[in-house]
Every structure is written in structure tokens, then in C-alpha cells.
Design a protein around this ligand. Structure first.
Ligand code: DX5
Ligand code: ZN
Length: 227
């Protein structure tokens, strides 16, 4: 099971300190939300920030590209120290080539899916990816409320993984707190991306520990690599 604090909820005036705090928290991954002001109506940060914080953390860097032209960003983020690069399935015809390019750069490849997009769109790629990131809010901003209607997609992804004996992570991203993490774990998620509920806690370490315990108690991480 993977607990991945999202840096988007860290203090933007002190990304280095936030990354170091995540490193000391006992979390597994650091989730990095990249927004281009076009695919989503917000702008976050770029490869230079990722490069600058890379030496401050030993965590696995999970880079989530909410960008219309990810092809121009794959190499810069790979060089900046990404371990996994996630692109959106909504880019349809480009997805195959993007996954191939991420792999060619020697990085893990992930696929993200927005709440309104049918899960069937992700199915053709399941043998080619390391993680399926199910957005549980509409992407663009932290601190939004979890959309419960996304839970059947988590269940479907888990069913496909069992059927094919697949090994991709099933990640949930958006509005994940101690309660919704339990619901997602029961639905089959094994990777929990959380910004506000973790970075907003007085002790990030205690919050990570608590989320891990809750996810585990609800079955999270029974399948998938790194479980
Ligand atoms: C949303 C991002 C999320 C975000 C989650 O667009 O993809 O990763 O940081 O933040 P919270 O946990 O605050 O909903
Ligand atoms: Zn994200």
C-alpha cells in the first residue's frame, strides 16, 4: 500500500521544506501535480521546482501531468527526477505514444482518468501501465470534496486487475481523507494521494500513519506491487 502526500497542498513559498517534511513523514511517494492552465484552469509548478526539491527527498516522485501537451514535458520531468509520469486518458489518440515515450525515458508510466470519463477508455492500456490514477475530484484544485460516484470505477479497475492478474497500482486522487480513504480501500484502491488531509495536519507523520492504518484495515493494498 502506498501513501502519497500531494505537494500541491504544501506551502508554495517553501516547497523545499514541504518536500523534506514529506520525506520524514514515513510516506511512500511524493505526488507532484503539474497543471498547465489549459488542460485544467490552474497553474502549479514545473520541472525546475521538481529538480530543486529532488535532493531533499528520497521518496518516489509521482508526477501527475494535467497538461494538454505532455509530450513536451516528459523529458524535462524525467531529467528533473520523476520516477513515474502520469498522463491523462482524455488525450485519447496520443496515449499509446506517450506511455511508450515515458518508458523509453526509463520511467514508470501511469494513466489518469477524470470523473466524467468512462473507465472503459482506460481498459486498452492496462497491460502497459504501472498505475491507474482514478481522479476522485475534477482536477485543477486541491481541497475539493470527494465525488462518491467515482467509486464504481475503482471497483471495476480492481476487478480487471484480478481477472488479468495485473500488477498496476490503483490510485485515488482528490478529496482523500481518513473516511474516503477507507471507502476507496474497500473498493480496491492501494495507492492514496492526499493533499489537504495530510499536509493540513499538525503532524504529517501521524496523519500518514493513521491513513495507512485505516487503508490497511479496509483491505487497501491486498493486490498490486509494493503492497
Ligand atoms: C487535483 C490534484 C490532486 C490534489 C489533491 O487536481 O490532482 O492531486 O492535490 O488534493 P486534495 O487531497 O486536497 O483533494
Ligand atoms: Zn494529482
Amino acid at each position: 500500500m502506498i501513501i502519497a502526500p500531494s505537494l500541491l497542498a504544501g506551502n508554495h513559498a517553501e516547497f523545499g521544506r514541504a518536500a523534506a517534511r514529506a520525506d520524514r513523514s514515513g510516506a511512500d511517494w511524493l505526488h507532484l501535480d503539474i497543471m498547465d492552465g489549459h488542460f485544467v484552469s490552474n497553474i502549479s509548478f514545473g520541472p525546475q521546482v521538481v529538480k530543486a526539491i529532488r535532493p531533499l527527498s528520497r521518496l518516489f516522485f509521482d508526477v501527475h501531468l494535467m497538461c494538454s501537451r505532455p509530450e513536451i514535458l516528459l523529458e524535462p520531468f524525467a531529467e528533473a527526477g520523476a520516477d513515474e509520469i502520469i498522463v491523462h486518458v482524455e488525450l485519447e489518440g496520443q496515449v499509446d505514444s506517450l506511455i511508450w515515450q515515458v518508458r523509453k525515458l526509463g520511467k514508470k508510466a501511469g494513466l489518469a482518468i477524470n470523473p466524467p470519463t468512462p473507465i472503459s477508455l482506460a481498459r486498452p492500456f492496462l497491460d502497459k501501465i504501472d498505475a491507474l490514477l482514478i481522479m476522485t475530484v475534477n482536477p485543477g484544485f486541491g481541497g475539493q470534496e470527494f465525488i462518491h460516484e467515482t467509486l464504481p470505477k475503482v471497483q471495476q479497475a480492481a476487478e480487471w486487475r484480478r481477472e488479468r492478474q495485473g500488477s498496476y497500482h490503483i490510485s485515488v486522487d482528490g478529496g482523500i481523507n481518513f473516511q474516503t480513504a477507507a471507502e476507496c480501500a474497500r473498493a480496491g484502491a492501494d495507492t492514496f494521494v492526499a493533499g489537504t488531509s495530510l499536509f493540513g495536519a499538525r503532524s504529517l507523520k501521524a496523519a500518514v500513519k493513521r491513513m495507512r492504518k485505516i487503508a490497511r484495515a479496509n483491505g487497501g493494498g491486498l493486490a498490486g506491487p509494493g503492497a
